[in-house]
Write a protein that binds this ligand. Structure first.
Ligand code: NAD
Ligand code: DAU
Length: 395
């Protein structure tokens, strides 16, 4: 199957996908797009290849494994689709994605027939039910994901993050399908800069923004469906991801694409806020480890000890792009801006043996810069609108 870069392209019905109860799936079609492989290759970090993970045994021993990935045309979800097809070469992968402003068919374009893209809403039970019925596992990435957008208009966050997750939970409950819920460290609120503490699975929820509170609510729904209905689910809460295919509204790709355009990076407030950066591939490897070996009902925190202030990150981007590290602007701060996130991933490491592989932030960032330089066609159509929205709020 082929995909188009144009997210409004018509959707077609394809028949005959083997091995699942859902034999009819809607799909996109179109031209080839950017590949995941170039992003880490230039800096000598292992490129994504079939040797990355030994091909696994099939889920529940029943071939083929049908994996339903919600939000698979977004940043982390698209990387997860690519990684899944390396780790589980025989898997049948279906993506359910509404293709909001954040979804991009082009992020899956190089996968062609290997992925079925269903353009639809996770909050629409009629769309969700037959897809879940045909799946062995549902990996739930779909969300409204940007804090700044949630401050402009919280309503889509409530519908997608809460009603959407509820709709999926009801379907996996009905069809007894394994569910993994992707969540964020932001559900725990924030930490002081000088606090030695990190977030742990037992840290009380204390979200700050409409985005993080809607994610916190979705986590609680999952926990309740496990306890009350015996749904077989796990949850992961990860820190800030970076890598290829990230929407340019987000911090790192916004600064990289600004610099490509000759515009100075924009730092909210003083830039002292700390984020705990992890490469998207390390996040996704952990998700598969949890799906394969995690205990039902458990929450796993994913992080790679990557704490950096926003100022440090901007200065490093400037340096790597051959500019004066002080050549950036301070702009209006985000209301309610969380100060610091930090993840303690001991449980994941000790229980499941996961460890991050892309821990050299400098190399990962250089590779990410190279990816945005090499894939301008992917992000260019988004840039003017994103910057206009920021400009309207003094950012
Ligand atoms: P993203 O915004 O890049 O992608 C979200 C995807 O979901 C898009 O493809 C969008 O079209 C799709 N979507 C949105 N609403 C939908 C709906 N109603 N029905 C179907 N599809 C819909 O987000 P991301 O950064 O890739 O984040 C993915 C998940 O990971 C989210 O659940 C987010 O909360 C979580 N997370 C993100 C980070 C991070 O650093 N980006 C860190 C931890 C957790
Ligand atoms: O911690 C996980 C979360 O990380 C995820 O749940 C979210 O989906 C994801 O968007 C991310 O949230 P943040 O709000 O931390 O990410 P963002 O990229 O928006 O901003 C990172 C930091 O950079 C934050 O402190 C705000 C700041 N910032 C952001 C932008 C866009 C700037 O200083 N300038 C900017 O232009």
């Amino acid at each position: 199957m082929m995909f188009m870069m144009n997210p409004t392209a018509p959707v077609t019905i394809r028949k005959g996908l083997s091995g699942t109860a859902s034999s009819r799936r809607r799909s996109g079609r179109g031209t080839a797009g950017p590949s995941i492989v170039p992003d880490l290759a230039p800096c000598g970090i292992m490129a994504l290849a079939s040797g990355d993970h030994p091909p696994s045994t099939r889920h529940n021993g029943a071939p083929p494994m049908n994996v339903l990935i919600t939000g698979g045309a977004g940043f982390i979800g698209a990387n997860f689709v690519h990684q899944t097809l390396v780790r589980h070469p025989d898997a049948k992968v279906t993506v359910l994605d509404k293709l909001t402003y954040a979804g991009n068919r082009g992020s899956l374009a190089d996968l062609g027939e290997r992925v079925d893209l269903v353009v639809g809403d996770i909050a629409d039970a009629d769309t969700v039910d037959p897809l879940v019925a045909g799946a062995d596992v549902v990996v739930h990435f779909a969300a409204e994901s940007h804090n700044d957008n949630s401050l402009r208009d919280p309503s889509p966050f409530i519908r997608t993050n809460l009603v959407g997750t509820f709709t999926l939970l009801e379907a996996v409950r009905r069809h007894k399908v394994r569910f993994h819920h992707i969540s964020t460290d932001e559900v725990y609120g924030d930490l002081e800069l000088d606090d030695p503490a990190k977030f742990e699975p037992t840290t009380p929820y204390n979200p700050s923004s409409p985005y993080s509170s809607s994610k916190a609510g979705s986590d609680l729904l999952v926990r309740a469906w496990v306890r009350s209905f015996g749904v077989e689910a796990t949850i992961s809460n990860c820190s800030n991801n970076y890598g290829s295919y990230q929407h340019i509204e987000k911090f790192i790709p916004r600064q990289i694409t600004n610099l490509i355009d000759g515009v100075r990076p924009r730092l909210y407030g003083a830039g002292a806020n700390v984020r705990d950066w992890i490469h998207v591939r390390d996040h996704n490897d952990a998700v598969w480890d949890i799906i394969e070996r995690g205990r039902i009902g458990e929450t796993y925190l994913i992080g790679a000890d990557g704490e950096k202030s926003n100022r440090e990150v901007v200065e490093l981007i400037l340096e790597l792009m051959g500019r004066d590290p002080n050549d950036y602007d301070h702009v209006a701060d985000r209301p309610g801006h969380d100060m610091r996130y930090a993840i303690d991933s001991t449980k994941l490491v000790q229980e499941l043996g996961w460890s991050p592989r892309y821990t050299d932030f400098r190399s990962g960032l250089r590779a990410t810069i190279d990816w945005y330089r090499g894939n301008e066609a992917w992000w260019r159509p988004l840039k003017a609108e994103v910057e206009a929205a920021y400009a309207a709020q003094g950012q």
